[in-house]
Design a protein around this ligand. Sequence first.
Ligand code: N01
Length: 584
Amino acid sequence: MTADTPIRAQPERPPETEAVVDAVVVGAGFAGMYMLHRLRGLGFSARVFEAGSGVGGTWYWNRYPGARCDVESMQYSFSFSEELDQQWNWSEKYAPQPEILSYANHVADRFDLRRDIVFDTRVTAAAFDDEAKRWRIETDRGDRVSAKFCIMAVGCLSAPNRPDFAGIQDFRGPIYHTGEWPHQDVDFSGLRVGVIGTGSSAIQSIPIIAQQAAALTVFQRTATWSVPARNESLTPEFLRAAKAEYPALRAKARGRPTGFYFPFNMKPALEAAPEEREQQYEEAWARGGLPFLGAFGDLLFEKAANDTIADFARRKIRQLVKDPATAALLCPDNVFGCKRLCVDTTYFETYNLPHVKLVDVSTTPIERFTADGIEVDGVAYPLDAVVCATGFAAMTGSFDKIRITGRRGQTLAEKWRAGPRAYLGIASAGFPNLFTITGPGSPSVLASMIQAIEQHVDWMADCMAHMRDIGATTIEPIQGDEDAWVEHVTDVSTVSLRSTCSSWYVGTNIPGRPRVFMPYIGGFPVYVQKCNEVMSGGFEGFVIEGAPASNTEPKVRLTERWRVPIDIDVISPAAVAARRVPMV
Ligand code: N01
């Protein structure tokens, strides 16, 4: 079996109309897979529904040329199994998408997950039956399942954003989206290709597409900050040494604001002499990757400090790109790292190729598609194929696709219309027993995703086990505690320069969406500690119903590895401001 082999669990498995399980999990990416593993371990029955034909989620869908992770492979992987850590060998510092998908398939096989996953099946509706205290889940192939718990493992970046360009239906060639790339090889040889967008997906795919295409035109609305990846093969010696220290690396990672470990410099950039700053930036640029933002401690808190790293990065772009006019267009004029920082391999250098052209659509947007290409400002760009690297309806887009109905007929879409509201990003008032893995209001995309997933899944599994212990029927956030958390998430975000620009973090990459800073930027370990305190305090901020009064003594089942030492305390805005913690 190769990583690309579409896998169906039970192709002949007919829709179930009367299934009754403890939990339904929506999605079989890393979150859904680990959730299933934990549920099974606790003796709960579960059904996982997955729209794709295989496991892997993000890494199943995002198969565009050049797709790879920009968190180091040794850390972008499950940490729950020491044996898995020791036995799996990553080939590169930053794993390519096919290898990550192979890993997902390996995990599915190793833990025998497929038998409870129904592939090629999309959950269309989930409704809470207040009398039965159960969720009724429906799918697009006619399944009707009753579950005590409904667990959304739908991913943060999994609902592609397809802008409604005028005339798009007239275009004669194929139009691809990086987030829903075909499973067959796409060959751009000899073609005139247009790429719309310059975010992470675009900057990874552009250098590869340029190698094939006869002509490549990139339509850029906002110039992107990108740092060289400095990817490399991992030697057997490196792997041996790293694995000898693996548990320590995992523990250190859990103590970091980002949930992954890298060396960083706490000193404020503004306290360093210009020569020291230059040297520090040069060294960090030479090491490459997201840790570049850890060159100094104040880069995402002080605009004047940020200006110093932005000036440095602009100089690098001008050195890398030969044509001054193109270089000028590629130099962002916004806060460095405000949008998610990109990590590339020869992105800027690609614009030195004679057949690659950059078109600025910042002030004159894409006017229309025609049968033969794209028009901007009255100029026609003839194209044979178009790649939309236009991103996602982040954090909430996948929830919007499912009709989720809670108490009193309220839908989650209605409740979240002005922005998502969830307690700890784990659950939302009015929707009992509905859990949201890496939901809005949790560190999620601001931490290493797999780390964030494991912490959420373990917390939820521990919670469900506790409810079973005490004979409870439902758990649901208390409105006031949820409101306070949502307010805290917003408060903390204002301390970071990240809250100042338009990006998918705040939902404004898509016209009409409310501007709300959705992930929790207060730091991963502080968030973990808050979750632990909530649990050990008897699920503070939640109301648990149905348990006999004699059974409600708090019994903490907290998964041991989440008793995380707080390396850096960043819970309050003041602490964030004072500590100057680099968060990439
Ligand atoms: O999406 P994006 P992405 N006309 O939203 C442009 C993760 N990820 O798929 O900036 C013209 O970043 C849009 O322009 P603007 C990672 O967290 C990780 O690239 O809104 N252009 C932007 O340039 C990442 O941040 C990895 O002005 C339009 C681009 O499309 C996240 O996924 C790899 C437009 C979208 O960029 C999303 O990345 C890939 C329009 N109408 C992704 N609409 C790794 O781990 C949008 N754009 C390496």
